[in-house]
Design a protein around this ligand. Structure first.
Ligand SMILES: [Zn+2]
Length: 297
């Protein structure tokens, strides 16, 4: 058992949750389908192992436990039912979802870390591989002085820009890594010029910006006029091949908390970007929230 499962096993009443899971799910999701799948999984565990006092008493239960964890997270999430159902079907029929999830969470936390309106980075969070942004292959343009990025993201950015060049597209980078202090000043400036409510939709408070991770690139003009450019179309079609994911898509303002930003791409790695597309309709926020809740359950 891994550490997390041991921690789960120590939670008093967790096995009670297990036994009442179908009821719990039926209350929260009102979804007969979820209820029946949960019933099947729980019945199978009890059939194979008896009623467990503690998870530690189960033999090799890791996969089932993780399925149940995933179901509990789904039951408490605000995911659209179509997405929940799709994930549940995968949980029922294979171990791919759990396996892929664990490949992702074994990677560096920054790649899958949830940073949003409700989840922040400390003021002293400062990645140690920040490099000045300068395309080694001369493939992308740097539109602003003194930009920087983590080398973890700069290497795939350069590869992506080389591929874009081959298609006749020149990517221009306008923003990269931002410190906590930089973000605090930028947010305060927006509040002064446009008021708090507008600033909140357009910009992050200090500590709440994905840019502080050093893995985010803003392309082009930083307005949605960018969405009418060939660079935008190329990125929309190809960024995922290099591990980049659009953070704030159109029509998901209520989910992300931000206006549509056609230019803001976060490097999450090939595994997570594939996971986001396969299970979460391409919506990064859905996947990051799910992973966050799963890991912290
Ligand atoms: Zn941005």
């Amino acid at each position: 058992m891994n550490l997390k499962v041991q921690q789960l096993a120590k939670l008093p009443g967790y096995s009670i949750t297990l036994l009442f899971l179908p009821f719990f799910l039926s209350c929260t999701l009102s979804n007969i389908y979820v209820q029946s799948v949960a019933n099947n999984i729980v019945s199978e565990i009890i059939f194979n192992n008896g009623i467990p006092e503690k998870f530690e008493e189960l033999e090799e239960p890791a996969e089932d436990i993780h399925k149940i964890r995933a179901l509990i997270v789904l039951a408490n999430s605000k995911l659209p039912q179509s997405i929940s159902r799709n994930i549940i079907e995968h949980l029922e029929n294979s171990r791919d979802f759990i396996d892929e999830l664990f490949v992702i969470t074994a990677q560096e936390h920054s790649l899958w870390r949830l940073v949003d309106k409700n989840h922040s980075l400390d003021s002293d969070f400062f990645p140690d591989d920040i490099v000045p942004l300068r395309s080694k292959s001369n493939s992308y343009l740097v539109n602003w002085p003194d930009l920087s990025l983590r080398s973890l993201a700069e290497v795939p950015l350069d590869e992506m820009a080389v591929a874009a060049r081959k298609d006749g597209i020149i990517l221009g980078v306008t923003s990269g890594f931002r410190t906590y202090t930089h973000q605090a000043e930028s947010f305060a400036r927006r509040v002064r010029t446009m008021g708090l409510a507008t600033a909140e939709m357009l910009s992050a408070r200090a500590g709440h910006s994905q840019h502080q991770l050093g893995l985010v690139v803003d392309f082009g003009c930083l307005t949605n006029a960018f969405a009418r450019t060939p660079e935008y179309a190329w990125l929309a079609a190809n960024a995922s091949r290099f591990g980049f994911s659009l953070s704030y898509p159109r029509g998901y303002e209520q989910v992300t908390g931000y206006n549509w930003e056609s230019w803001h791409y976060r490097y999450v790695g090939l595994e997570l970007v594939a996971f986001i597309e396969k299970y979460f309709d391409g919506i990064q926020q859905y996947a990051l929230e799910f992973i966050h809740d799963f890991v912290n359950l």
